[in-house]
Design a protein around this ligand. Structure first.
Ligand code: ZN
Length: 457
């Protein structure tokens, strides 16, 4: 009996050592964009062993280990894999879409047991997908905006909510719009106690200044900015979930800089998610978005929920004026992003993927372009999706840059993304935790999935 137990332990240890067994990679003669500073290191060779970067050096000086898979990096650029810092992924198919777009990390903003399960399978190499950080179920007030949220209505319950989410394995708390000040404060204290940062909305009953003062780790969607920056003669005296978007047009731009400085001083990260409002569409505009080529890769179940007539599509029920206001908000939101950038406040790139027409992976490249449109350089925009995303998660020694010891989540490109941020989509392949996936392999797999979706069932 004892022998069997020992033998099993031995075999289990052996299995752990060997799995996931990825071959050693050597990316040779490549231009490395490490993203810890704005630089391109010419003619480097990068060695990856067991999912980690073990060597970076001048190609002439690095010895390639026997048996390594050799990848020709000449005329190519190697950068860290991208992070989408605001996703709502519910469909397993979308995990592959992220990777096929160079997105090797996601921050999931409404967690459930399936996300913990995916994370385990991805880390074990059984499922191809990005590394997942996840909130637990959203913590809202009463009545919650979304079904499945936790309604925190008694400050005495906050400790239990945080403890439960910590014990379950979630990474952070997501405070939501209808929390009252008392319950919000209690959640902040509970998060501190249990080591869970708060990353989420600015509750309507609080101001942006309150969440900055509370030390909330990240503010999503520039929530609270339009209220905090209203002109003195604004028609919007207070702003709520119905008026926060129209109110962008009546901000006083001069009020953005002090907000941005307060954000910087309090070390609050911002995840603007500019792309999501630009996907607000109804009727013919929605039909046009559904006809875009990348829509073939979205599973029919998700696609059906985005049809202009679907009861699942919340956009279909909004007043048309609200949809117009969302599009008109963009230049004002971009001014807010510019103010954050000028103040040196933290910015991370996220999409709000999962909302209608915001497609896994593809949408992050659109977000990067909107960030550049706001006045960030390509380097700054890419940093928001790499090095700064890792800093936001306090994981800068683990991922987000190319350095010895970092996780080998990498994208190999055929053009320099620091010259033009759209070059970040010109992939030759992706290294996912040490696994080399060529662009051809990923395209073939996407087409296989699209064909399977089209088959009558
Ligand atoms: Zn969201």
């Amino acid at each position: 009996m004892r022998y069997t137990t020992a033998m099993n332990a031995f075999l289990a240890a052996l299995f752990l050592l060997q799995s996931p067994a990825e071959p050693t990679l050597a990316i040779e003669h490549v231009a490395v964009i490490p993203m810890d500073r704005e630089v391109v290191l010419a003619d480097q060779t990068v060695i990856v062993v067991d999912g980690r970067i073990t060597t970076i050096g001048a190609a002439a000086e690095v010895a390639v280990p026997d048996g390594a898979t050799r990848i020709d990096g000449r005329k190519r650029f190697l950068m860290p894999g991208l992070a989408d810092m605001h996703v709502h992924v519910w469909d397993e198919n979308d995990l592959y879409l992220f990777v096929a777009n160079g997105v090797t990390t996601v921050r999931n903003m409404f967690g459930a047991p399936r996300h913990l399960d995916w994370r385990t399978r991805i880390e074990a190499g059984e499922l191809i997908g990005p590394r997942i950080y996840t909130a637990g179920p959203i913590v809202d007030g009463e009545p919650a905006v979304w079904p499945g949220s936790i309604e925190l209505t008694d400050p005495d319950d906050a400790d239990g909510v945080a403890k439960e989410q910590k014990d379950a394995g979630y990474d952070f708390l997501k405070p939501y719009s209808r929390l009252t000040p008392d319950n919000y404060d209690a959640l902040v204290a509970a998060g501190k106690k249990h080591g869970l940062p708060l990353m989420g909305h600015t509750p309507v009953a609080l101001g942006l200044g309150d969440v900055i003062d509370a030390g909330q780790t990240s503010v999503e969607h520039l929530d609270g900015f339009s209220e905090a920056a209203q002109r003195g003669d604004s028609p919007f005296k207070t702003v709520d979930g119905r008026t926060d978007i129209p109110a962008w047009k009546t901000i006083d731009e001069a009020r953005l800089a002090p907000i941005a400085r307060a954000m910087r001083d309090a070390k609050v990260w911002n995840c603007p998610t500019l792309v999501v409002l630009q996907k607000w569409a109804q009727g013919d505009d929605a039909a046009a978005l559904l006809a875009r080529p990348e829509m073939r890769f979205v599973s029919p179940f998700i696609r059906a929920g985005w049809e202009p007539t679907s009861p699942m599509n919340y956009l279909a029920k909004l007043p048309a004026s609200y949809v117009t206001a969302a599009h008109e908000a963009l230049p004002f939101q971009q001014k807010a992003v510019r103010a954050l950038r000028d103040a040196g406040a933290g910015i991370v790139a996220g999409t709000d993927m999962g909302n209608p027409f915001v497609i896994a992976g593809f949408a992050l490249h659109e977000e990067l372009a909107y960030l550049v449109g706001a006045g960030l350089t390509p380097y700054e925009a890419l940093r928001a999706a790499t090095a700064d995303a890792a800093r936001c998660m306090k994981a800068e020694n683990d991922w987000g840059t190319i350095a010895v010891g970092r996780r080998a989540d990498l994208v190999l490109l055929s053009a320099n993304p620091l010259d033009d941020v759209t070059n970040a989509a010109l992939r030759v392949g992706v290294v996912l935790h040490g696994r080399w996936l060529t662009e051809d392999t990923m395209r073939t797999e996407l087409e296989r999935r699209a064909a399977a979706f089209d088959e009558p069932r």
